[in-house]
Design a protein around this ligand. Structure first.
Ligand SMILES: Nc1nc2c(c(=O)[nH]1)N[C@H]1C(S)=C(S)[C@@H](COP(=O)(O)O)O[C@H]1N2
Ligand SMILES: [Mo]
Length: 559
């Protein structure tokens, strides 16, 4: 067996023989990424090859895998994805570099292939323009150039070359070549090497020259990458414009919060969730930076009078202040994807009436600048509830992560069915004619919030002193409102919890319950009753396709 010859080679020598190729691969990839980021300064952050590929991956990820990611990585799922992309890129780059030392053409084709993947990913974005391929194309060109240069120099310098793993193939190939008359134009991979090297200046043809070239390319990678990133962050950063936005005083204020809306229990979620604590769920790998001065909102489709508003137009409308709890369909029983804020915005219903909704239009589809589509029943928007084109959250312009400059909110529906962030387009259509983003991925067309309750205190597996113990938590049935919360211990009788006064049916309520616990292990359970009298069901359902059900429970020890 010929392969044994390779296997018994001294491991250090094997390592030495692949090292130059591996370094060439990594440096080439780094330069490609850097050039891609620099080019993205012109075409936008989402067009940088790694970001484009990541965004495409998010859209292509099958729902179960996405649920897994949300469950296990939570809000850091994007960091995990990007880390995965860079790691994969690095591994393939190393392989391409090692291959290129023996067969430059194969390495170069691999680099070019990556350019194609990046370009395809950029074009697959919903708001893509043809120019979005440039970062990937330029990245691939830079990569091909760098690889050819470095491989040429390494070979001229007689750097170690990995042994071919496939000596049989080699043998067959030379047999075939012996039979066929040689085409003088044909570029045999081995024959390219001298020609690659012969284009190099003499100084680049030795070991020192190779190291200088490699270091120079790595430096260029760092320079283009850092410059690109800094310029992208500056050019596409709306923080300054956001800080200059002044939200006019609302013409309708939210009622003052009831005095004892915040029970004084350590560890219990506060009634209002601060912007920095508010959960974030979206598909945006890079936060959309929407310039409020350039922003417009179209209202179109099945309307009598299509409208287009600027941000100034929106702010000039009568503004409404409204407290609303927002929650995510992907929130597990007891999960963190829920929060309450004081929002300010223009009435969505008023705007739809101005546009004149045509008969038959039963679905309102919000579209975001990054192509998210979210559908809400028109009937619900027009039934008197306070749906908003929100511009402020807890006393400041919407944070960029929560949809600056404008998002939709319709109390009673999960975010995926009502709360388009970075909103730019409202289309009146029908459920029969159009499936929005998540519906296409199998989620329910309608996403009414399910009645939910959560134990915040004590925490799971907490140790508490035996005797009197205060349990506390939150419950929500957005837009229906919460009428009662019950707690039980060790499957004993249900006990009514004390509820804080209701701020609005659109917000959650905090509850507390005094328990008397004997020493030992205990299981606490909670369930809520909404204002229609429906008790939260015990049966556990998965978040897919229309939201989790079941009672939240915690196991604790009283000592
Ligand atoms: N443009 C855009 N809007 C979006 C989403 C998104 O991915 N993109 N996610 C929706 C979902 S699933 C939820 S739960 C809410 C979350 O809003 P938040 O991040 O402000 O809490 O936004 C909704 N609006
Ligand atoms: Mo969501």
């Amino acid at each position: 067996m010929r392969r044994i010859g390779t296997a018994v080679r001294h491991p250090f020598r094997v390592l030495r023989s692949v090292l130059p190729g591996a370094a060439i691969g990594l440096i080439t990839a780094a330069l490609a990424v850097g050039v891609g980021e620099l080019a993205a300064v012109w075409s936008g952050p989402n067009t940088a090859p790694a970001i484009a590929v990541g965004s495409a991956a998010i859209d292509l990820t099958p729902t179960p895998l996405k649920e897994f990611a949300v469950r296990n990585f939570g809000t850091s799922d994007k960091l995990v994805l990007l880390t995965g992309i860079y790691t994969t890129l690095g591994a393939i780059a190393v392989a391409a570099g090692i291959l290129a030392m023996r067969r430059p053409v194969v390495g170069l084709v691999l680099v070019a292939l990556f350019g194609f993947v990046g370009a395809w990913a950029a074009l697959s974005r919903p708001a893509a323009r043809f120019g979005d391929v440039w970062p990937s194309v330029l990245a691939a060109l830079a990569g091909v150039g760098a690889m050819a240069l470095l491989v040429g120099s390494a070979q001229a310098a007689r750097m170690p070359v990995p042994a071919s793993g496939d000596d049989e193939l080699e043998a067959k190939r030379s047999d075939a070549e012996a039979l066929e008359p040689k085409d003088p134009e044909a570029k045999d991979p081995e024959a390219i090497q001298p020609s690659l090297a012969s284009h190099l200046p003499p100084w680049a043809r030795d070991r020192r020259g190779f190291i200088a070239l490699a270091a120079g390319t790595a430096g260029a990678a760092a320079l283009t990458g850092l410059t690109g990133r800094t310029m992208v962050n500056q050019r596409y950063n709306v923080a300054l414009k956001r800080s200059r936005v002044r939200i006019p005083a609302p013409s309708r204020l939210a009622p003052a919060l009831p005095a004892d809306v915040h029970p004084n229990v350590a560890g219990l979620s506060s009634f209002m969730t601060s912007n920095s604590d508010f959960y974030r769920v979206d598909t945006a790998l890079v936060l959309p930076q929407v310039d409020p001065d350039a922003w417009t909102l179209r209202i179109r489709g099945l309307v009598d009078r299509p409208l287009e508003l600027s941000f100034a137009d929106l702010l000039a409308r009568p503004l409404v202040e409204h407290d609303q709890t927002l929650s995510c369909v992907s929130n597990e029983v007891g999960g963190p994807y829920v929060g309450t804020a004081r929002w300010i915005g223009a009435s969505l219903a008023d705007l739809l009436r101005e546009a004149g909704v045509r008969r038959g239009a039963d679905q309102l589809v919000g579209r975001s600048v990054d192509g998210m589509t979210i559908g809400t029943p028109v009937e619900s928007v027009l039934d008197g509830r306070t749906g908003l084109l929100a511009v402020a959250m807890n006393g400041e312009p919407l944070p960029v992560a929560h949809g600056f400059p404008c998002r939709m909110l319709v109390p009673g529906f999960f975010g995926y069915a009502s709360a388009t962030k970075w909103l730019v387009d409202l289309e009146l259509t029908t459920f029969a004619d159009y499936d929005p983003y998540w519906v296409r991925r199998g989620w329910s067309r309608l996403g009414p919030v399910k009645t939910a309750s959560r134990i915040d205190v004590p925490k799971p597996f907490a140790h508490v002193a035996a005797g009197p113990v205060t349990a506390a938590g939150v419950a929500w049935a957005t837009h229906r409102g919460i009428d009662a919360v019950e707690v039980r211990c060790d499957a004993g009788p249900w006990r009514l919890a004390a509820l804080t006064p209701s701020d609005s049916p659109d917000t959650w309520r905090q509850w507390t319950c005094e328990l008397d616990l004997a020493a030992g292990l205990h299981r606490l359970e909670v369930r809520a009753t909404d204002a229609s009298g429906a008790v939260q069901p015990e049966a556990r359902a998965d978040t897919f396709p229309d939201g989790a059900t079941g009672w939240h429970s915690v196991v604790i020890t009283a000592d």
